[in-house]
Structure formats: C-alpha cells, structure tokens
Design a protein around this ligand. Structure first.
Ligand SMILES: [Zn+2]
Ligand SMILES: [Zn+2]
Length: 281
C-alpha cells in the first residue's frame, strides 16, 4: 500500500511565517498568535502590531506581546529591506503588556524612533528614553509623508489613558482593545481577516473576550457605547479596522454589528472568572 502523500496545510504553517500581511496600501499587519485552551479547543488571541508606512517615515502601532518581539522585529526588518520608510515613531494604545511589552526593546533597537501617544509612566520604567517620549491628545497627528497617524477617541477601552490611532490616508482605525475577540487555530482562522474566517462566530468570541478582559462592560449600558462607536466610524469614515486582539475588519458595515452584538450580549451575563488552567499546545 502506498503511503499517503505528505500535504502541508495552512495549519502547519505558523502565522508568524505568513506575515507581514498588507491590509491596506502601506499598512502591514505583523506579529503572532497567543494560544490558550478554551471550551476544549486551542483558542488563539492576537497581540498584533501594525506598521504604517508613509513616504518619509513609518510608525509602529502597538509592540505585540513580549514573547513576540523577535517576530515583530523580523517582520519590520523584512519590510525595511523591501524599501519601506524607516521607523521614526512608535504609538501604543495603552500601558498594558500585550500592547506595549516590546516598547523598551523597540526604543533600544531603533534609536531614531520617538514614542508617541499617552506616555504616562513609561519614563518610570525607561528613564533613559524619557527625552524620546511625546504626549499626544485627541486630534494630534504625526506626519509620515503622504499620510498621518491621528490620535482619536477611544470609545471602548481598557485603561483610562487609552488613545486609538487612525491612518488618515486609507482610513484605518487602530482600536486597541476595542474590537477584541479570539479565533480557533483548528479552524484555520490564523492570519485571516474577519470576513475570510467564515466559520468564526463573531458575536460569541467577542462576548467571551469582553467577559475575560473588559470587566466594566458588565456594568455599563453597551448600547450607548455601541452608538458612540457608530458615530466615530461615521465621523472618520473608517474603511478598515486593525484591532490588537481580533482579526482585521475590511467590511465595516457588515462585521462591526456582529462584534457589537457580542459586547451587548456579554454585558447581560455575569462574569465567568477564569480561563481553563491546562497546558497549551
Ligand atoms: Zn489588550
Ligand atoms: Zn491563531
């Protein structure tokens, strides 16, 4: 009997080997997945970073999880080798490890880069880089050449110091924890945009993430927050969304209501508490 031919599937190729993925001209999704067990499956989260490239400068939005730094740095260097403008800025949405965990190493390895956004407390961890930190307020823009990265209202946030980012050229919103949901490795969702992951139940995974990570959504009227989000999306004319923990969204009109349904559903359920405490594969 002949052996079955060895076929390599998408599942065999780690997502880190499939990135960077250009989700809009000059906007590159980079990073890797983080595995946890949930409901008996390998439940993946992203701690994504995005490189936004202008003609003169690039800005890194988020740094990824600390474990992802070698991957993020490799992806950026691949892009710079392809002629993408050099890294001059780092914008992180807030002071939490999956968002800023590579900050010190970015500032060390890219000595021309400035840290921008809300910069509270970073000087306490990295006093040697204090002179490279610039505070932004809502509406402030960083010029990259042919496009800017603007700080915008963080409607759904984790910490009070959060800013969301917005690329004014391709109208890409970077909402940090705002569109947070996970995906299933076994279903081949890794590296896909939300609309490609057709078997992903967005309301379900969005509500699970809110339950585990955004406790305040249990005590707020999420209809008000979702209306405010619709208002922001309309005001900025958002075309694409690059969340830190979710799959990028390219059909805002169709996909955003599904995430909002999850946020509204999670708000009506009591907190579940913890993850399953078993080893991950
Ligand atoms: Zn987060
Ligand atoms: Zn994954």
């Amino acid at each position: 009997m002949l052996d079955k031919p060895q076929t390599k599937t998408m599942l065999d190729t780690p997502v880190a080997e499939r990135m960077p993925r250009e989700i809009a001209p000059g906007v590159f999704w980079i990073g890797d997945c983080l595995a946890q067990r949930h409901k008996g499956k390998s439940y993946h989260g992203y701690n994504a970073a995005y490189l936004v490239a202008g003609t003169e400068a690039s800005i890194l939005v988020e740094t990824g999880h600390p474990k992802d730094f070698p991957v993020i740095e490799r992806h950026m260097n691949e892009l710079f080798a392809r002629g993408v403008a050099p890294l001059k800025y780092l914008f992180v949405t807030h002071q939490e490890t999956p968002h800023c965990g590579g900050l010190g190493r970015i500032l060390k390895n890219f000595p021309d880069a400035l840290l921008v956004g809300d910069v509270s407390d970073y000087h306490l961890a990295f006093p040697q880089y204090e002179h490279r930190m610039r505070s932004m307020n809502e509406g402030d823009e960083i010029d990259l050449g042919g496009r800017t990265l603007m700080a915008v209202e963080p409607v759904i946030r984790d910490l009070r110091t959060t800013w969301w980012g917005f690329d004014t050229k391709e109208r890409v919103l970077f909402p940090g924890d705002g569109f947070a949901y996970s995906h299933y490795h076994e279903d081949g969702h890794c590296g896909l945009i939300a609309e490609e992951a057709v078997s992903l139940d967005l309301p379900d995974v969005s509500s699970t993430f809110a339950d585990l990570a955004l406790f305040w959504t249990k005590f707020a009227d999420m209809n008000v927050y979702c209306d405010r989000l619709d208002h922001l999306i309309a005001r900025l004319d958002v075309k694409i969304i690059g969340p830190t923990h979710g799959l990028p969204i390219t059909d805002v009109k169709t996909t955003v209501p599904k995430v909002q349904a999850g946020l509204k559903a999670a708000a009506l359920m009591p907190e579940s508490g913890t993850n399953e405490k078993v080893a991950v594969s």
